[in-house]
Design a binder for this molecule. Sequence first.
Ligand SMILES: C[S@@+](CC[C@H](N)C(=O)[O-])C[C@H]1O[C@@H](n2cnc3c(N)ncnc32)[C@H](O)[C@@H]1O
Length: 325
Amino acid sequence: MIRAAPTPSERLRVLSDPVRLRVLLLLERGELTVGELARALGLSQPRVSNHLRLLREARLLRERHEGRTTHLSLAVSEDESAAKLWNAVRAEVEALPEALADRERQERIVDERRARGGEFFDAVAGRWDKIGTDFATGVARERAIAALLPRVSVIADLGCGTGWITRSLIGVAGKVICVDRSARMLEVTRTKLAPLPSGVELEFRRGELDALPVADAELDGAVCAMVLHHLHDLRPALLECWRALKPGGVLSIVELAPHKEAWMAEAQGDLRMGLDPRDVLDALTRAGFVDLSLESPNDAYRPRREDGARAELPLYTVRGRKPRA
Ligand SMILES: C[S@@+](CC[C@H](N)C(=O)[O-])C[C@H]1O[C@@H](n2cnc3c(N)ncnc32)[C@H](O)[C@@H]1O
């Protein structure tokens, strides 16, 4: 049965509880799993779950499922009446002393996630070319690079890994900036690409996609291949890409279509079992990108399962442009 949309007074009843308001404030800052949310609130999961049910019924939060984990995010932006109610109460929630403690715990959770992600790729960096780079045709990456051309000045390879894309950009872009959260991945790329032909400008910058070590409007183009499925939250990363691009600059993405290979979470550090291209397009639109395009080239990622057989996971490419004006 489809529930009727909640009325403003039903929503107000749900918003009359301070814990539920704290939940919304936490989710406004970024997506959290149910376990992380309970930790950020300093409450047990059973205590939190009843609040979540009411918020879900009031269509104030959104759920996304990855294997057995439920990820939560705020759902007020697409509903004008919910957005108005939330804006009316949010300043009051921010002033609560509990909200400050929530924020500190949330920052710790995010730091821990980053450290875990960095440790994973640091540990596999030396073997990554053997375990994580088998593509059926390689066409998806070629298309993603071609989408950045002919603007050939400064291009960033975001989440460069062991530099497969970087290598193709050398000689095409005037300057290539490699960004990755893993110091070891950057080191492997640097070693692999040395010695550089003269006149090639290549920089290595360690950093996070949602806090890019790139100045405002420094980039003519950016490529982000096989990275978004490692992120909890697409929005802050895409906003950062937008900030780092010049007006008219292009962001080119390669991603895995949704799949069912749950083992990849542990073996490849994936946080998402692929990404629905509609979600990527939607997130790009919300971040302000225009001229969006989606392609499904004849290509697939072919990681080896534990039994030795290869999975065949279709890839797609998405492109968006920062408006010129
Ligand atoms: C699957 S590899 C892809 C590497 C490369 N782009 C390619 O296509 O071969 C993902 C890379 O993204 C990096 N990464 C994951 N999450 C990141 C984040 N939030 N910020 C920066 N780098 C990240 C990892 O350290 C890893 O090197």
